[in-house]
Design a protein around this ligand. Structure first.
Ligand code: ADP
Ligand code: MG
Length: 327
């Protein structure tokens, strides 16, 4: 017998709240009322603001139809968590809207399994959602986080003289786009690492928390460094000079250095953070960075002169901010 909508929700999407979080009493931060009513009730800690973000993945646009549902679920949650990280927010709860071509139990089992694993890993509970049937698979997750009032990191606070940093290494996810259809068994070691970076981006939540009160602006890199740093520049009303040679690309990359840099600048999907720090706070950043699970690289400086430019030690070249856009 095919599953009804409510059996499906009950079996796969209720009770996805990490154990010690549980469903909380009124007054305690967390999910006060979860899946099963008309709305969920969420409680933010006193003195905090809610940070809310949503991202949709469409089959055939964001991922190949037929993609592994376990990975798909994790990627869908992680790209949202990355937005929370970029604002310096702590995960509180998420909602899930899925449009499914069919109620395929094996698919749902794997999808819910992947989601549950990451809900536990990142300590965030599923508070509700919507389940519909449609021609194409569409997954929308909305994540909510909390941030001490007034302390969220935005794109708007960079000043001339601030240093520009990126976390981790850039470009692997863009390199994976060409091989998304490849079975894990058929992929080389380098290809497997790239696929992993694409499907399982690491939301930089610990870094985001540390940057509260320290960074002047932050963004997560979803559309390529040039485009995303460009958003900081536009919102902050300034420009930047970066040294492309300082951008951390994949360690054991078997591609030429200029292609690696091109991918880092103009490829997407890395979900690392790009942020700016005033010169007076660099020592604090260095100290804080020691306890972080990710490397930080200083790649350049914010300038009063508008525009994003590359500096190779001799010449300055304008960097177009072209990343992926849907339209
Ligand atoms: P309503 O008709 O009031 O919008 P629904 O019948 O759509 O409610 O959903 C019933 C309950 O199941 C709600 O609490 C809703 O949040 C939850 N829900 C529906 N789909 C999902 C899903 N994919 N994941 C998590 N919760 C879901
Ligand atoms: Mg209702």
């Amino acid at each position: 017998m095919a599953l009804t909508e409510f059996e499906l929700i009950d079996r796969f999407f209720s009770n996805m709240v990490p154990a010690p979080l549980g469903v909380r009493g009124a007054g305690e931060a967390g999910i006060a009322l979860g899946v099963g009513d008309d709305c969920a009730l969420l409680q933010a800690p006193a003195g905090h603001q809610l940070a809310v973000t949503t991202d949709t993945l469409v089959a055939g646009v964001h991922f190949p139809a037929g993609a592994d549902p376990h990975l798909l679920a994790q990627r869908a949650l992680r790209v949202n968590l990355s937005d929370l990280a970029a604002m310096g927010a702590e995960p509180l709860a998420f909602t899930l809207a899925v449009t499914l071509p069919a109620a395929d139990e094996r698919w749902l089992e794997a999808f819910a399994g992947g989601l549950r694993e990451d809900a536990e890993r990142f300590r965030i509970g599923l508070a509700g959602g919507d389940t519909t049937r449609g021609r194409d698979l569409v997954i929308t997750i909305q994540a909510m986080g909390t941030v001490p009032a007034g302390q969220a990191l935005t794109r708007a606070g960079a000043h001339p003289g601030d240093r520009i940093f990126v976390s981790g290494r850039l470009g692997d996810a863009a390199a994976a786009l060409a091989i998304l259809g490849k079975a894990a068994g058929a992929a080389s070691g380098a290809e497997q690492r790239r696929l992993q970076r694409y499907w399982l981006p690491e939301p930089r939540l610990a870094l985001g928390s540390v940057l509260r009160g320290m960074a002047t602006a932050a963004i997560d890199i979803s559309d390529g460094l040039a485009a995303d740093l460009g958003h900081i520049l536009a919102r902050s009303g300034c420009g930047a000079l970066i040294d492309p040679q300082r951008i951390p690309t994949a360690i054991d990359d078997d591609c030429p250095a200029d292609l690696a840099i091109e991918r880092a600048l103009h490829g997407g999907d890395d979900y690392e953070l790009c942020f700016t720090v005033a010169p007076t706070r660099l020592a604090d950043l260095r100290r804080a960075a020691r306890s972080l699970p990710v490397e930080l690289a200083d790649i350049g400086e914010i300038t009063a002169r508008p525009g994003l430019r590359a500096w190779d030690g001799e010449t300055e070249t304008p960097l177009p901010g072209h990343g992926f856009t849907h339209f």
